[in-house]
Design a protein around this ligand. Structure first.
Ligand SMILES: Cc1cc2nc3c(=O)[nH]c(=O)nc-3n(C[C@H](O)[C@H](O)[C@H](O)COP(=O)(O)OP(=O)(O)OC[C@H]3O[C@@H](n4cnc5c(N)ncnc54)[C@H](O)[C@@H]3O)c2cc1C
Length: 371
């Protein structure tokens, strides 16, 4: 397809990288984002060498690296604090680090600025209330009463995707794993120069985000999926870290700001059937939301967006492009969802314990293959 007017629903990570990739192929792109403030919560994200490669393909790598912190190793510790492995990551882009830790807000700014500079239109505080696909195009009604006609619609609206429910109303939604994650930012000690992961029934990690900032994640079993009152979050997280290794206990004492604690029950979904219906296609967490145990959810969304843009530019019809896109993406995304869930269920005692160093090494091998 040489030309197409494309609506991207969702201005998150996958929606924005889609807009950038599609503009590079000279498609017309409108993005709608439900959040009028286009806000993102303030902790960080781990991105591995496949994302560094993807950022190079998107022409973003220097802005991206400037906004984050590069590192080349994952260090694995036992619950008692003993270091048991250092897993090197393969560099996939010569002259750049293998992995990046980056603040979510910093990443959002890099992607949002480039989306607008690339010529996509971004409308905030808007959702699509109706998608009427007549076979030749999609008539879209927006929540502000306006309408538009598009050749294609991409649903990049996350794990609770309204687009997914619209095109596949009978599909079940995401499933809760029984585990939640807590995150909190700290000043980064100068010596922390890699991701440090502590294995155990409570998983803990320290991720550098910049020269001065890092975040801690803590995964805890929460079988009853409780809701913690906001004004008790810091105390609850400190309590979860009782008996943690000395380096972590020292940090736990600094957790005092309830608003700085980001708590999230972990859910997952993997669409094993079609990823599109007619002229509407899904991408990122809308179609394969993983738990974060391998730090690859956003990586898969970003890779999706590159592959979808390539296939749209190559194919004669949207149908052909959507099939080729799903064929290239399904197994890789399913691997990440399955391998991440295996770690999660092992930690919860719902499955065999997974050796995290081996699993991380296997993941690095897999994601270094071309997309
Ligand atoms: C606790 C946790 C930790 C994680 N850590 C990592 C990590 O370290 N590394 C990594 O690679 N991945 C990580 N992930 C996964 C990563 O955050 C997601 O895979 C990624 O954000 C998916 O991008 P997306 O664009 O598909 O969805 P999202 O980033 O969720 O974006 C969806 C966007 O759509 C908007 N939206 C929703 N509904 C509508 C609507 N109806 N209309 C318009 N807009 C709408 C939302 O406001 C949002 O802006 C983690 C996830 C969790 C839960």
């Amino acid at each position: 397809m040489k030309t197409a007017k494309i609506l991207v629903i969702g201005g998150g990570i996958g929606g924005l990288t889609s807009a950038i990739a599609l503009r590079a192929k000279e498609f017309d792109v409108d993005v709608i984002e439900r959040d009028p403030d286009w806000s993102v919560y303030g902790v960080g994200i781990i991105q591995q060498s496949n994302v560094v490669r993807a950022m190079k393909q998107l022409g973003l790598i220097d802005d991206y690296l400037d906004a984050g912190f590069g590192f080349d190793m994952v260090e694995v510790f036992l619950p008692n604090g003993m270091k048991v492995a250092t897993v090197p990551s393969h560099k996939l882009v010569e002259g750049y680090p293998a992995n990046i830790g980056i603040g979510r807000r910093a990443l959002h700014k890099v992607l949002g600025d480039r989306t607008i500079a690339a010529g996509a239109t971004v409308r905030l505080g808007i959702t699509a209330t109706a998608l009427d696909d007549d076979g030749d195009g999609v008539n879209v009604t927006f929540s502000d009463g306006s309408t538009g006609r598009y050749d294609l619609v991409i649903g990049a609206d996350g794990v609770y995707s309204q687009t997914r429910s619209t095109i596949f109303p009978d599909l079940p939604g995401p499933q809760f794993t029984g585990q939640s994650v807590w995150r909190y930012n700290f000043e980064k000690p100068a010596e922390l120069a890699s991701l440090q992961a502590y294995e155990g029934p409570i998983g803990i990690g320290l991720v550098p985000l910049s020269q001065s900032l890092m975040y801690m994640y803590v995964t805890t079993p929460e079988p009853d999926n409780p809701r913690y009152p906001r004004d008790e979050l810091a105390a609850a997280l400190r309590q979860k870290l009782t008996n943690s290794p000395p380096a972590i206990s020292a940090l736990a004492e600094q957790i005092t700001d309830n608003d700085g604690v980001v708590y999230k029950p972990l859910e997952w979904i993997m669409l094993t059937g079609p990823w599109h219906r007619g002229r509407v296609v899904l991408l990122g967490d809308a179609v394969h939301a993983t738990t974060p145990h391998l730090g690859q959810g956003a990586g898969m969304a970003i890779e999706d967006s590159i592959v979808l843009a390539e296939e749209l530019a190559r194919a004669e019809t949207p149908e052909a492009a959507f099939h080729a896109y799903r064929d290239r993406r399904h197994d890789r995304c399913a691997y990440i969802v399955d391998a991440s869930l295996a770690i999660c269920f092992g930690q919860l005692g719902k499955g065999p314990r997974v050796d995290q160093a081996k699993s991380t090494h296997a993941m690095f091998e897999m994601i270094s293959k071309p997309i």
